[in-house]
Write a protein that binds this ligand. Structure first.
Ligand SMILES: NC(=O)c1ccc[n+]([C@@H]2O[C@H](COP(=O)([O-])OP(=O)(O)OC[C@H]3O[C@@H](n4cnc5c(N)ncnc54)[C@H](OP(=O)(O)O)[C@@H]3O)[C@@H](O)[C@H]2O)c1
Length: 263
């Protein structure tokens, strides 16, 4: 099983590292192409994959071609590789906001599947979304399996891809900023910054584990909230300062932005 990844920047590196440590791909069967010599050197050392600066050579290697490049250079790369693709090859685009239809306008003879993972792919903890024109296609199930090796993956309708980008990809930054704020509180109470960050990270993992089986968040909040205790004092102060409202507004601002930038 061979896969080619074009683009080894922030997201590409995370996906490649995650896939290279999965059972599905041997690192030597992962070919990575990039224009950045520095990024190729890093990923070769980090993941033991094959690297090249030649996109055309890279796509000839594999059935699966994952595109991890910025939207502004997508057409440039598609035009570069399109005449070198066999019809059985599948393009997997992680490019934000570019539809399957738009990609097929440039590359009409290949199946296009969109995937929206996040940078936690490097720890095999990504939340990934997958969609195609036909979500019952066996290649879509394989791509779901592929991204399932680097975290959790679900198949969704393409109309939800923008919302998926905000919740699943931007969401990583939103949570990290919250963790940073918690850490600052921890330091103010007397912990060293590295201790506070470690504590806050573990507390976040624990909180996520508590709702993994579908338990409602508020059930677990109630379990921590002693009447008249310190937790409810803190929670109410957070809400008086607009925590929930601010988070919802942030999510919707990101959604408005992605909706305006792309199509
Ligand atoms: N970052 C995320 O969390 C995230 C999450 C979901 C989706 N996405 C999407 O994933 C895509 C990649 O994002 P990113 O953050 O990984 O971007 P990035 O860090 O800019 O990485 C893109 C890589 O592509 C290289 N590149 C530029 N021109 C190229 C060409 N002609 N052929 C081959 N490689 C080329 C870049 O090299 P240079 O640096 O030398 O230009 C860079 O190494 C974007 O479309 C983004 O919307 C990102």
């Amino acid at each position: 099983m061979k896969v080619t990844v074009i683009g080894s920047g922030n997201l590409g590196k995370s996906i490649i590292t995650g896939l290279a440590s999965s059972d599905l791909f041997d690192p030597k069967n992962i070919t990575v192409a990039d224009k950045s010599e520095e990024n190729l050197k890093i990923i070769q050392e980090q993941a033991g994959v094959t690297v090249t600066e030649d996109n055309v050579k890279a796509v000839k290697e594999s059935k699966w071609v994952i595109l991890c490049i910025q939207p502004r250079i997508l057409n440039l790369v598609l035009n570069e590789i399109k005449d070198h693709l066999r019809e059985d090859q599948v393009l997997i685009s992680t490019v934000t906001g570019v539809t399957i239809e738009e990609i097929n306008e440039v590359v009409p003879n290949n199946k296009v599947i969109r995937a929206m993972p996040n940078t936690a792919a490097v720890k095999q903890e990504s939340m990934s979304f997958v969609c195609a024109n036909d979500n019952e296609d066996e290649d879509v199930f394989f791509v779901e399996k592929m991204f399932g090796t680097i975290g959790k993956a679900i198949i969704i309708e393409e109309r939800l891809m923008k919302a998926a980008t905000v919740l699943g990809a931007s969401g990583t930054a939103f949570f990290l900023r919250f963790l940073r704020a918690m850490t600052q509180g921890g330091v103010q109470m007397g912990f060293h910054p590295h201790e506070a960050q470690e504590i806050v990270g573990q507390v976040a993992l624990g909180a996520a584990a508590l709702i993994e089986d579908g338990t409602h968040t508020e059930v677990e909040v109630d379990n921590v909230t002693t009447p008249s205790g310190c937790t409810i004092e803190g929670l109410n102060e957070l809400e008086h300062n607009g925590l929930s409202s601010s988070v919802i507004k942030g999510v919707m601002a990101a959604y408005a932005k992605i909706s305006n930038i792309h199509d």
